[in-house]
Design a protein around this ligand. Structure first.
Ligand SMILES: Nc1ncnc2c1ncn2[C@@H]1O[C@H](COP(=O)(O)OP(=O)(O)OP(=O)(O)O)[C@@H](O)[C@H]1O
Ligand SMILES: [Mg+2]
Length: 246
């Protein structure tokens, strides 16, 4: 529900880490701003079938899957029409479960399906929660509001109860962490005190290479595999996998 906390950066680079490790990965770009699509070097203008066609026009998910420059990593790109989905789907019965239904036929083809969410609570995010087994919250300590985080968790609980969803919080990931700032370490300590082992051990450090990579249409592993940003996403990827297994 918060903008600019590295949701897309995390979705793209986690997807790339898993795929480079030999797992079959699909990334769904559910954000009408289509930043994940751009980060993987695809031109949204040239996309023939997007997630908007799948959710709004009843095209099949298979039609919208595209391969990327990263081996084993496929993407379903986004386009701006997704921004109107709340209005366009308002009268559709079962509108909260469309994504879950469309993913079903593809599930067996992938080891992991990741969804990059837009920064607001909408029909799109509700669809994502209902389609998912787990979710990850990214938190940038400099913008952190513990109250906001608590209210996000409560909102998810309300959605779970009302929609009979079993989605579980996999963990809270601190991102864009600048350890030179005293306030940052204080906030991370506070996060761990409050949310205990739900906070991932890994933190994603602020790193200029992570900021630069998207403008080259590359993941951090293609852009600078020796950077601190790449290292952070390797550590996070390992921790992500161990939590998925347990
Ligand atoms: N660890 C990092 N160090 C430096 N810059 C970062 C880092 N992580 C992300 N960024 C940059 O911060 C900006 C916001 O990141 P990103 O787009 O991933 O956030 P988001 O949560 O997906 O935003 P939105 O809510 O708009 O979808 C981007 O320009 C991204 O390149
Ligand atoms: Mg984003």
């Amino acid at each position: 529900m918060k903008g600019g906390t590295a949701k897309t950066t995390t979705a793209v680079n986690l997807a790339a880490y898993l795929a480079l490790g030999g797992l079959r990965v699909l990334l769904l770009d559910l954000d009408p701003q289509n930043f994940a699509t751009l980060c993987l070097g695809l031109d949204p203008q040239k996309v023939k079938c997007s997630l908007a066609d799948v959710l709004l026009e009843e095209r099949s998910m298979q039609d919208a899957v595209m391969s990327t420059g990263v081996p084993n990593l496929d993407i379903v790109p986004s386009d701006r029409r997704l921004a109107s989905s709340d209005v366009l789907l308002a009268d559709v019965p079962g509108r909260e479960k469309i994504l879950k239904g469309r993913i079903e036929k593809l599930r067996h083809r992938y080891d992991h399906i990741l969804i990059d969410n837009p920064p607001s609570l909408s029909l799109l995010t509700i669809n994502a929660l209902i389609a998912s087994d787990n979710y990850v919250i990214t938190v940038s300590p400099s913008f952190l509001s513990l109250v906001g985080l608590q209210s996000l968790l409560e909102t998810v609980d309300v959605i779970k109860k009302n929609m009979h969803s079993r989605v579980e919080l996999l963990g809270i990931l601190p991102t864009m962490v600048d350890l030179r700032l005293k306030i940052t370490t204080e906030i991370i300590d506070l996060l761990r005190l409050h949310f205990k082992e739900k906070v991932f051990k890994t933190v994603i450090r602020h790193n200029v290479k992570l900021l630069e990579a998207p403008s080259h249409g590359k993941t951090i592993f293609e852009y600078d595999s020796g950077s601190m940003g790449a290292l952070c996403y390797i550590y996070f990827g390992k921790e992500f996998l161990s939590r998925c297994r347990s």
